[in-house]
Design a protein around this ligand. Sequence first.
Ligand code: GLU
Ligand code: ZN
Length: 313
Amino acid sequence: MKGRFAPSPSGRMHLGNLFAALLAWLSARAAGGAMVLRMEDLDTSRCKDVYAQLLAEDLRWLGLTWEEGYGIGGPRGPYRQSERERRYAAAVETLAAQGLIYPCYCTRAERLVASAPHRGEKQAIYGGHCRALSDEARKALAQKRPCALRVAVPAREITVHDRHMGDYTQHLTRDCGDFIVRRSDGLYAYQLAVVVDDALMGVTEVVRGADLLGSAPRQLWLYECLNLPPPGFRHVPLLLSADGRRLSKRDKDLDMGVLRARFHPEELVGYLAMLAGQQDRPEPVTAQDLARYFVWDKVPRQDVTLPTGREWF
Ligand code: GLU
Ligand code: ZN
């Protein structure tokens, strides 16, 4: 059993990231498993090494430890996606050998694909324009601009048996569409990289925010195409602020800088443990103690709205 943290170092973590990170850690520890820390820093315009260092330090401060990965090393490194290009290139080759890859010259669609799509950032389903281009049209376009690479999905339903949320099904052509695996500037897409890395790093369980459930079917399909063993998935509810907004890094909501100045780690873990259904009150507790009585069944399945009253926040 091996779990992972896979943060993007594009800012400081906020309470919602902590919630998912804590659950990932508890799930692995309660089962006697190990943790890996991988920095998902493909989007070089958004990610910074100072954030990577802060992320690692913030996880340690909370008592969320890892045996392998960023800052430690290990047999399946490097643990920064920006240093793993040749593995992604090899995966694209494998897909291309199955006739699944085609060049796409639609430039607008590709901007966000190096990062994981979070709620409210839903990308439009691609209409398949470049899939049907004639050879001449392709040649003409290739003169003008560089291409992104897209993978052609089959008209198939894929069901993810999420261990927390239950079954989730998407029809790949209808609900997902052909998606980008490499941008025209050469950056590989999150959807490809996350699959390659979780597989090569031996991750057996992926615990992450429910806003990525919509990415899980295409990822499961990629595992199949690449002949890699898929992990189990557990998507966890998102935290919403009292006024119903999703917490996000970009809002600077309750980020670790603010939280660390105001709380002890056990207070923060105790509060998150309450939100995770593990205790009735926000009793301070260490992550390690919490792992002894952690049970998935008590973790809510709906988004969690932070209580008002704000004696804590
Ligand atoms: N790196 C992604 C993020 O921080 C998470 C990807 C994943 O857990 O699959 O949003
Ligand atoms: Zn296109």
